[in-house]
Design a binder for this molecule. Structure first.
Ligand code: MF3
Ligand code: CO
Ligand code: CO
Length: 257
């Protein structure tokens, strides 16, 4: 299956799916505090998506994933499984990743939350990672390449002495959760696929404080951690390429664009 170009009607449906995914992140924020379990966060999001939004939480049963959201705490890079025994504590950083399906189309977005007072180095990792995403979004328009996106993220992360995770990447999205192309968060300018109007994809940099190397849990088959157990951060948006730039389909109220 090649890269799909979405019709205006499909983009309109993705705008709705994206809005719903963003609203889940806004809804959950007041709950993301010391003492709550990631399992409870999952239940609250699940019930909101299903009962209020009348949408589908895409992760649930996706390739056997057991929960409705991903919760990735501290040295977990991505695909953390919510658990009733994992309680958030002061100083943690957590990524919550929400994907909803509405009218057959997907919206996929994640953000970092800081639990109480967080060490300055952790706060900085979270901020630089968000800036990696924003710098990439800034350059997206028809005519640039996927390599340009990867390069700007890698450049900024590495100039801050961080590393870019290579085994996991952004992705085309639409009627299918993960479709072509792969959107790498490292790369060479002016290389790779040329971006065209009507493409829809995510950018979701995973940036490590230490080395870029990852480790997949042999126990649950999902949880991805840093090999060196140093911190990792991630932010994600779903974009639609327009005639002269892009639309951030998962924009939250707190964001400008
Ligand atoms: N939302 C993740 C992404 O950004 C994918 C999660 S797949 C799951 O692509 F199965 F772990 F939920
Ligand atoms: Co994604
Ligand atoms: Co996601």
């Amino acid at each position: 299956m090649a890269v799909t170009i979405k019709t205006a009607e499909e983009v309109a449906l993705m705008r709705e799916a994206g809005r719903l995914a963003a609203e889940v992140l806004e809804m959950i924020e007041p709950y993301v505090t010391t003492g709550i379990s990631t399992g409870e966060l999952d239940r609250i999001c699940h019930d909101y998506i299903v009962n209020v939004q009348q949408a589908i939480p895409a992760p649930l049963n996706y390739n056997g994933f057991p929960k409705s959201i991903c919760t990735s705490v501290n040295y977990v890079i991505c695909h953390g499984i919510p658990s009733d025994t994992q309680l958030l504590k002061q100083g943690d950083i957590i990524n919550i990743d929400i994907t909803v399906i509405k009218d057959g189309l997907h919206g996929d977005t994640s953000k970092m939350f800081l639990i109480g007072d967080v060490a300055p180095h952790a706060e900085k990792l979270v901020r630089i990672t968000q800036e990696c995403l924003y710098k990439a979004i800034d350059i997206v328009r028809p005519g640039i390449t996927l390599g340009d996106i990867g390069h700007i993220i890698q450049q900024y992360a590495e100039s801050n002495h961080y590393s870019v995770v290579r085994e996991y990447c952004g992705h085309g999205i639409g009627r299918i959760f993960h479709e072509e192309p792969q959107v790498l968060h490292y790369g060479t300018p002016n290389s790779g696929l040329k971006i065209e109007e009507g493409m829809t994809f995510t950018i979701e940099p995973m940036i490590n404080a230490g080395t870029r190397h990852t480790k997949l849990s042999r126990k649950d088959g999902w949880t991805v951690t840093t090999r060196d157990r140093r911190l990792s951060a991630q932010w994600e948006h779903t974009l639609a390429v327009t005639g002269d730039g892009c639309e951030v389909l998962t924009r939250r109220k707190e964001e400008q664009f």
